[in-house]
Design a protein around this ligand. Structure first.
Ligand code: ZN
Length: 674
């Protein structure tokens, strides 16, 4: 029988035949896919014909078809639903895959063909998109060391393979630390917790096989626990466990891994002729240099820190009034901040929560996409990789656009966080290939028979990931390598962060924020309070984020630190980190920058994108949130374009100019009222 990963998928929309995919099939499929890819690459490199765009660049795109089909399906699933076998497979594959891509970029005959095309590019009569793909292909070869020779070349391959292994180990350690820890709660300990936290704790207790409710390190459980539990001792215990992930001195400790990663990254950058890793990394970004990044972060840091210090004074006073002696600690901030929110904005998260039902919020995200871009969503009755993952057929004017899979609930087999990934990307090189797009979140699963309820943050995450999904689903390019979200890292969060703004449009909440039990729409004054509260505690949020972004930048801009934990402490001391706030992600659990290269020296990019999303949404606000002209401009210049043009050019085409930092400061409520 043919391996189901490799067989032609004759399912509706050529979805992976999830029910037939077994873990035993994975390894032979990956091996076969890579050897097919190798044969195709060899044929391109050995082709006796003069290099042409078709026989070299397009052929390279096609050579990736089988590997990306198999790996897209497997990694899409494994990220959301892993087990020991899949963990072991991923550990085994990471050096294999890294060796595979190193082999391609180290293929001298192949690089010669690409270089020949590059030198002759003016005479090739290429479309703009082809020019761009040629430039990007060549640049990625050069950046991977295609011009290196001899010992340098061997060393580069070694470094890349080692980095891939370390990255995988880092995330697996983190997941193991998150899985292992939980804190049992007695019935008395539940006092003061809103019902949804109690439910989530009970449901987590069932999953852990505990006797009663527990607090786990899942963000969707520990955050509300820290927000609502009046028990300072329990908050401290939970917070310390949360902050110590990857730093427990056990087998999952990530500190030494982080140090080695930083050292290898620096060596890699220097081999390629860059001053340091940040210079290498930022070359391909919209920001271009470490100075631009630092400048942006510091312009935000100062007003954010001032706002956080003003807030800390207020919270400390509340704590004293509460009869607690001592200084405001990180495990106190969320609790007193929630109390203050209640007092000042009279917005009780527990009261709010029944209005934010998962299903209604999905509907809201779909409806906005319909009003803006004409997309329609029809539930699909298919078997996916897990019973909690649901699929929809996405169409426009009757034409199939994409399959969208939403996998929203937390479970032990899922890595933490929320993300969007494509099991298959849009492209037109080999027919009208439509994407399969996944949104994976970690929302607390309700008890049987109950409606799934979200916090406002969860709802925003849902819109955020859906914004990424739109970037994939509306993609309209010829080549897979520049499809959808294949754009500069500091540009990729623009569609997602921009989409969050539609959740804040009053008419959207009016329609979709309905009470889980009564079906009544959210009362007008609650809605107004909710929207007014959005700039609340932004000093805290900005400080915890910018601190992480600055540590990431400094780690990579200059010599690699011998002791990252010490370097982290020094950086925080230098910027005057407020005592009661910790980094959003401290080094031993900073998966964004250590699980892979993705956000290394690039964690700033969320804020970079926020500069743009604030400015971009203003374009809609100037007319109307659903202005069809602006929606069309957004799709034509950004959402459909993938990486087919430089990010700066795409943004300027949409908005007519580049954005400044002012809209962001205003949006976060960090500019003093005039
Ligand atoms: Zn994102």
């Amino acid at each position: 029988m043919t391996n189901p990963y490799l067989a032609e998928w004759t399912t509706e929309f050529n979805l992976p035949p999830f029910a037939d995919l077994t873990d035993e099939d994975v390894k032979p499929a990956v091996e076969a896919a890579l050897s097919e890819g190798r044969a195709a690459i060899k044929a391109i490199a050995d082709n006796p014909e003069t290099p042409t765009f078709a026989n070299t660049i397009e052929a390279l795109e096609k050579a990736d078809a089988t590997p990306s089909k198999v790996l897209g399906a497997f990694y899409g699933m494994a990220g959301a639903d892993t087990n020991d076998t899949r963990d072991a497979l991923m550990r085994e594959f990471s050096p294999m895959l890294s060796a595979y891509s190193s082999e391609i970029t180290a293929n001298a005959a192949l690089f010669q063909r690409i270089e020949a095309l590059w030198q002759d590019r003016e005479n090739l009569d290429l479309t703009d998109e082809q020019q761009r793909v040629l430039m990007l292909t060549r640049r990625s070869f050069v950046r991977s060391g295609a011009k290196l020779e001899g010992a340098d070349k061997d060393r580069m391959a070694e470094i890349k393979s080692r980095l891939a292994t370390l990255g995988t180990q880092f995330s697996q350690n983190l997941l193991a630390d998150e899985r292992e820890w939980f804190m049992e709660l007695s019935e008395d300990d539940l006092e003061g917790l809103p019902q949804f936290v109690v439910d989530a704790a009970r449901s987590a207790g069932e999953e852990k096989g505990a006797k009663g409710p527990v607090v786990t390190l899942s963000r969707s459980l520990i955050t509300p626990f820290l927000q609502f539990s009046p028990r300072r001792d329990l908050r401290e215990k939970a917070f310390r466990a949360w902050a110590a992930r990857g730093e427990n001195g056990n087998a999952n400790d990530n500190r030494e891994i982080a140090r080695e990663i930083l050292e290898l990254r620096e060596e890699r950058a220097k081999l390629l002729g860059y001053e340091n890793f940040a210079a290498y990394k930022l070359e391909t970004e919209m920001a271009k240099t470490p100075e631009h990044v630092r400048d942006l972060l510091m312009r935000v840091w100062t007003p954010a820190k001032e706002a956080a210090e003003r807030d800390a004074a207020i919270l400390s006073k509340m704590m004293t009034e509460d009869g607690v002696n001592g200084e405001l600690a990180p495990w106190d901030w969320r609790y007193y901040s929630e109390k203050r929110r209640k007092a000042e904005h009279d917005l009780d998260e527990a009261e709010l929560k029944p209005y934010l039902q998962l299903d209604r919020m999905i509907e809201a995200a779909f409806t906005c996409a319909n009003r803006l871009f004409g997309l329609e969503f029809e539930p699909l009755d298919v078997t996916t990789y897990h019973p909690d993952a649901r699929a929809w057929n996405v169409t426009r004017n009757g034409k199939h656009m994409a399959v969208f899979i939403g996998d929203y609930f937390a479970r032990g087999s899922k890595r933490s966080g929320a993300w969007c990934t494509a099991m298959r990307s849009q492209q037109k090189l080999e027919g009208d290939i439509r994407p399969i797009v996944l949104n994976v979140c970690n929302f607390a699963k309700p008890s049987k028979g109950e409606a799934a309820l979200l916090s406002y943050d969860d709802a925003r995450t849902l819109f955020h990931e859906f914004g990424h999904a739109l970037h994939q689903m509306l993609s309209d390019v010829t080549y897979d390598s520049i499809s959808g979200t294949s754009v500069a890292r500091d540009f990729v969060e623009l569609p997602s962060q921009l989409y969050e703004h539609w959740l804040e449009v009053p008419e959207v909440l009016e329609e979709f924020a309905t009470h889980a039990e009564t079906g009544a729409p959210m009362p007008r004054d609650m809605l107004e309070r909710l929207l007014a509260a959005q700039t609340y505690d932004q000093g805290f949020a900005t400080v915890e984020y910018v601190a992480s972004a600055l540590v990431d930048l400094e780690f990579h801009d200059g010599p690699a630190p011998k002791d990252p934990m010490k370097a982290q402490a020094e950086i925080l001391a230098k910027i005057g980190m407020p005592k009661a706030i910790t980094m959003r992600h401290a080094t031993p659990h900073f998966a964004h920058i250590f699980s892979g290269d993705g956000y290394s020296s690039g964690y700033y990019s969320y804020m970079w994108s926020e500069v743009m999303d604030a400015d971009a949404f203003e374009a809609f606000e100037e007319t109307s949130p659903f202005d069809p002209v602006m929606a069309k401009r957004l799709e034509e210049n950004i959402l459909s374009k993938g990486g087919s043009e430089d990010a700066e050019a795409l943004y300027t085409a949409f908005r007519g100019r580049m954005p400044g930092v002012e809209a962001l400061l205003k949006g976060r409520g960090l500019v003093a009222a005039e």
